[in-house]
Ligand binder design. Structure first.
Ligand SMILES: Cc1cc2nc3c(=O)[nH]c(=O)nc-3n(C[C@H](O)[C@H](O)[C@H](O)COP(=O)(O)OP(=O)(O)OC[C@H]3O[C@@H](n4cnc5c(N)ncnc54)[C@H](O)[C@@H]3O)c2cc1C
Length: 297
């Protein structure tokens, strides 16, 4: 049996890659294989081969919404960060999955298109944002997405309209299908650049004031429980500043867990569980994780 590198010598495939070098938290053990496709054709070929070889596949965008444990990930990790073209035509923007959602919002500003202002400070990819139905300040992907192109787990191209994606709060159908998002089309509205730009600047200023952007993190760890704010519950339970190893509940925003230096994935997982237990004992509210926790298991 040929290895992935022998099979695809001209593709950017590497063995035994430390994932902590690529995650926003800076934690994560080794992946058996990592692949950075430049085109959909490369992606499709490798997905089909991995399927033939029964290699598990994990797709990552900017790795800003996950915690990977120190045992790393088995099989093939696909980073879509090299597929990052963004094009504007009329009121639409088509972005490849690896493009930054921040740059997509910036393109909307340049073309005086309104609808993506809220995304101007989210450090994820377009694919990750669609997968998570990312949102902020009253805006959300499902309000502006027209359709998304995917490669299915068995290596076929397919297009979903937004209506087919069963969007919910931080949920999309892709979380259930395992498809790989390759691009997204956003339908925006004509606006005024000066207003769009001012709104983006305002949101980014609010982020800088409230969020611990000076430390590595994975954003808000928990979903917003109905009727509460996760950060407030954590603060009121006396957990702000609570630390396991180098993972710490942020002293600036209790909904974030920051890496104070050399945190491991287990530090994160243990602290997440501790916060869930204490908040449940104190308020009888279950905090469900928004971040995705990955490992070999
Ligand atoms: C400082 C900070 C602030 C944040 N603020 C916000 C915020 O305001 N609102 C918000 O919603 N989120 C926020 N986030 C979380 C995160 O940035 C978003 O959820 C983002 O959309 C995730 O994109 P990503 O590319 O980093 O996804 P990743 O973390 O790489 O992946 C997340 C999940 O999506 C899957 N995935 C990624 N790309 C694809 C693809 N192409 N096809 C199929 N599956 C895919 C992965 O398998 C994984 O399960 C913040 C994070 C940080 C660190």
């Amino acid at each position: 049996m040929k290895t992935l590198i022998e099979m695809f010598p001209n593709y950017n495939i590497q063995a035994n890659v430390k994932l902590g070098n690529y995650t926003n938290t800076r934690v994560g053990g080794p992946a058996d294989w990592c692949f950075w496709p430049k085109t959909q054709t490369e992606l499709k070929a490798v997905v089909q081969y991995a399927n033939e070889q029964d290699l598990p596949i994990t797709v990552l965008g900017n790795a800003s919404n996950l915690v990977i444990t120190e045992d790393g990930l088995a099989g093939l990790v696909i980073f879509l960060t090299e597929m990052k073209q963004i094009k504007a035509t009329g009121n639409k923007i088509v972005a490849e999955a690896g493009a930054w959602i921040i740059e997509t919002a910036q393109m909307a500003y340049e073309y005086a298109l309104t609808g993506l202002e809220w995304a101007a400070g989210i450090p994820g990819s377009v694919g990750g944002a669609v997968f998570m139905n990312a949102g902020a300040y009253g805006g959300q992907i499902d309000q502006v997405l027209e359709s998304t192109d995917v490669i299915t787990i068995d290596g076929q191209f397919k297009t979903y309209s937004a209506a087919e994606l069963s969007f919910g709060y931080r949920h999309s159908l892709i979380q259930d299908t395992g498809d790989i998002i390759v691009s997204a089309t956003f339908a925006l509205k004509p606006g005024k650049r000066i207003i769009i730009g001012a709104e983006m600047a305002d949101y980014n200023e609010r982020r800088a004031q409230k969020q611990p952007l000076e430390f590595p993190s994975c954003g808000s760890v928990f979903k917003r429980p109905t009727g509460y704010f996760a950060g407030k519950l954590i603060m009121d339970a006396g957990l702000q500043g609570c630390r396991i190893g180098d993972a710490q509940v942020s002293t600036k925003h209790a909904g974030f867990i920051v890496n104070r230096g050399h945190a491991t994935g287990s530090d994160y997982v243990n602290l997440i569980q501790h916060v869930q237990e204490v908040v449940y004992q104190t308020f009888m509210v279950h905090l469900e994780t928004e971040v995705r926790i990955l490992g070999r298991k």
